[in-house]
Design a protein around this ligand. Structure first.
Ligand SMILES: C[S@@+](CC[C@H](N)C(=O)[O-])C[C@H]1O[C@@H](n2cnc3c(N)ncnc32)[C@H](O)[C@@H]1O
Length: 205
């Protein structure tokens, strides 16, 4: 069976809305991004499989980290997408373009303090020209970094999707100035020929 198909079937069987759930689970297995994550923002969340994964970990964290270190007795997860997303219980989903400034008001009114984790699997609409797509995606990533600088707490983590290309290195340099550790990851479930790559920023400075 084709690899992509098998991920699709697995996702369906396990109740995830999309097979991209496994990319996030792979990233979690490697970097433990969900450690003590209670306040989570997911940018470009449709159809919602990353929200499903985030909810599972946030729920688990409520009991897992009940100690003298940073913990909360509740979680807050917000998802944003231009597309309509079917509701998920206890998750705040808004339909909006997160590059518009109004998004900050929405973030402020939902969260009462800074975020532990920001996820972004957002991607531009590809036109098929690798260079143009790469540049547009980098522009989107730069918009996301503005939100990260404003809303992610000190020591918070970020996962962001980029496309490799000429400006990739300068983007990673920028991320290195924001995070103590920068990792990159090409999940197993990414098509081999794709230039898609995830950057994982750990412990915001
Ligand atoms: C690959 S999908 C996300 C899949 C999701 N992680 C999941 O597992 O269900 C990328 C999404 O990013 C969204 N997106 C791209 N740019 C956006 C923007 N500026 N504002 C809001 N959503 C955006 C697209 O509408 C698309 O639904």
């Amino acid at each position: 069976m084709h690899k992509q198909e098998s991920f699709y079937k697995k996702a369906k069987r396990e109740g995830f809305r999309a097979r991209s759930a496994y990319k996030l689970l792979d990233i979690q297995n490697r970097f433990n991004i969900f450690k003590r994550a209670f306040y989570i923002l997911d940018l470009g969340c449709a159809p919602g499989s990353w929200l499903q994964v985030a909810k599972n970990f946030a729920e688990e964290n409520l009991t897992k980290y009940k100690d003298q270190f940073y913990h909360r007795d509740h979680y807050k997860i917000m998802g944003v997408d231009i597309k309509k997303v079917s509701p998920i219980k206890d998750i705040h989903i808004i339909r909006a373009d997160f590059t518009k400034i109004e998004i900050q008001m929405q973030i402020d009114s939902y969260f009462d303090s800074k975020l532990d984790l920001i996820l972004s699997d957002a991607s531009i609409k590809k036109i098929g020209n690798k260079f143009t797509d790469h540049m547009k995606q980098i522009r989107l990533c730069n918009e996301i970094l503005k939100l990260v600088e404003l809303n992610l707490k000190n020591k918070g983590n970020l996962v962001i999707k980029a496309f490799q290309g000429s400006d990739f290195e300068s983007f990673t340099k920028k991320m290195k100035q924001i995070f103590k550790f920068l990792k990159s990851y090409k999940p197993k479930s990414s098509k081999k020929k794709s230039n898609e790559i995830y950057l994982v920023g750990l412990s915001k400075l």
